[in-house]
Design a protein around this ligand. Structure first.
Ligand code: CP3
Length: 345
C-alpha cells in the first residue's frame, strides 16, 4: 500500500500548506468548447443542462482534460446555476448567448426554500462519486458552487450583464430583500458543498465572478461575509474541508478576505500584482492564478514570458498555477500543451 504521503494529490498538498518546487496546475473551465472531444459529446447530449444532469456524460466530460493533458486536478462538470434551478427557478442556456432565468420578484425571494433541492441535484452528486472513483489518487477532484452574490446577480437580472446594475440597484433600494436572497443561497450552498465533499470531492471552489462590481462595504456584506458563513457552515459538518475562494477582482480586499473567510486557497485574476498579493497573504492561503486567458490564446513568446513571470513572483510560495478566469473556446490546444510543459519545467 502506498502511504498517504506519496499518494496525496499535489494540489491538496499545496492547499494544506506545502510549497512545491513545481506547482500543481489546472485551468478554470478546462472541460469545454476548446476541446473537440467536448464539442462532439456536447452535440449528442441535448441541452447544456441535460449534460450537467447526465452522470455518465458529465463524468466523461470531467475526465476529458485530465486524459488529454494530465492536469493535477479535475473540476466537476456542472454549472453555478444548478443551484437556482434546484431551488425551483426556471434556468435555460441559450445557444451562443448564455444563461436566461426568470428575474426573481421580491415575494419569490421570501418564498425560497431548500426543500427537495438535493433530490434535484442527485445526478450531479452521482457524477462526483463516479469521477472520484475513476480518477488516479494523485489527482484531486474539485467540487464547486457559485458565491451567493454572483448567483444572485443572475437570479435578479435573469442573465449576465456588463456591470450587474440591476443587482446593485436592488442592494441600494431594498437591502432587506437582497439579504434574504443571499441568506437563502448561503444555506443552499452549505448543503450542496457538504454533499459534494461527502460524495468524494477533495476540495471545493466558490466562484465569485462578479465581486469586483461591489463597493468595499458592499463587498463585505454580500461577498466576503456570506462566503465566510459558507466556509464555517461547511466545516461545522466536514471539519477539514478544503475551500478555495475566488473573489474575482477583489484585489484591494484580498488579505481581509482570506482572514475573514479562512479559505485554504484564493484565486486571483491577471489584474492583480502577484508579488504584492504574495506579501499580503504571507502564506496564510495558497494563491491560485493568474494567467490572462487571452495570453494563452495568443501563445508564443508573450505566453512564455507571462508564465515565467508568475513562477518567479511566486517562487518559494504556495502557488496553484491557473488562469485568472476561464479558458475561452478559441484557445489552441497546442498552447495549453506548451503551458503545461513550461510550468513543469
Ligand atoms: O471549470 C470547469 O471546467 C467546470 C465547469 C464549469 C462551467 N461553468 C461549465 C460551463 C464551471 C466551474 C462553471 C462556473 C460558472 N458558470 C461561472 C463562474 C465562473 C466564471 O466563468 O465566471 C459562471 C458565472 C457561470 C454561468 C455561466 N454558465 C455562463 C455565464 C455561461 C455562458 C457563457 C459561456 O461560456 O457560454 C455558462 C455556460 C457554461 N458553463 C459552459 C460551460 C462549459 C458553456 C456551455 C456550452 O458548452 O454550451
Amino acid at each position: 500500500m502506498p502511504t498517504a504521503l506519496t499518494t496525496k494529490a499535489r494540489l491538496l498538498r499545496v492547499l494544506d500548506g506545502e510549497v512545491l518546487a513545481e506547482p500543481p496546475i489546472w485551468l478554470m473551465r478546462q472541460a469545454g468548447r476548446y476541446l473537440p472531444e467536448y464539442r462532439e459529446l456536447r452535440a449528442k447530449a441535448g441541452s447544456f443542462l441535460d449534460l450537467c444532469y447526465n452522470p455518465e456524460l458529465a463524468t466523461e466530460v470531467t475526465l476529458q482534460p485530465i486524459r488529454r493533458f494530465g492536469f493535477d486536478a479535475a473540476i466537476l462538470f456542472s454549472d453555478i446555476l444548478v443551484i437556482p434551478h434546484a431551488l425551483g427557478r426556471d434556468v435555460r442556456f441559450v445557444e451562443g448567448e448564455g444563461p436566461r432565468l426568470d428575474p426573481i420578484e421580491r415575494a419569490e425571494i421570501f418564498g425560497l426554500s431548500n426543500e427537495g433541492m438535493l433530490d434535484r441535484l442527485a445526478p450531479v452528486l452521482e457524477t462526483v462519486g463516479a469521477v472520484r472513483k475513476a480518477l488516479d489518487p494523485d489527482k484531486a477532484l474539485i467540487g464547486f458552487c457559485g458565491a451567493p452574490w454572483t448567483v444572485a446577480t443572475y437570479m435578479i437580472a435573469g442573465r449576465g450583464t456588463p456591470d450587474q446594475a440591476p443587482s446593485r440597484l436592488l442592494a441600494a433600494r431594498d437591502p432587506e430583500a437582497l439579504d434574504r436572497l443571499i441568506d437563502a443561497l448561503v444555506d443552499a450552498s452549505i448543503v450542496y458543498l457538504v454533499a459534494q465533499l461527502k460524495a468524494g470531492a477533495d476540495a471545493v471552489q466558490i466562484f465569485d465572478s462578479w465581486s469586483r462590481v461591489l463597493s468595499p462595504a458592499a463587498f463585505e456584506r454580500w461577498s466576503a461575509g456570506p462566503i465566510a458563513r459558507i466556509v464555517a457552515g461547511v466545516r461545522a459538518v466536514v471539519p477539514d474541508a478544503r475551500v478555495i475562494g475566488f473573489p474575482k477582482g477583489a484585489d484591494r480586499g484580498l488579505s481581509d478576505f482570506v482572514e475573514k473567510t479562512q479559505v485554504n486557497g484564493v484565486g486571483v485574476d491577471w489584474t492583480v500584482p502577484l508579488d504584492v498579493v504574495r506579501r499580503e497573504i504571507a502564506g496564510r492561503a495558497a494563491i491560485q492564478g493568474n494567467l490572462d486567458p487571452m495570453t494563452l490564446v495568443a501563445g508564443g513568446a508573450e505566453l512564455d514570458a507571462a508564465i515565467d513571470g508568475i513562477l518567479a513572483a511566486m517562487d518559494g510560495s504556495r502557488l496553484i498555477f491557473n488562469l485568472g478566469h476561464g479558458i475561452v473556446p478559441q484557445t489552441p490546444i497546442a498552447h495549453v500543451e506548451r503551458l503545461i510543459r513550461r510550468v513543469r519545467g
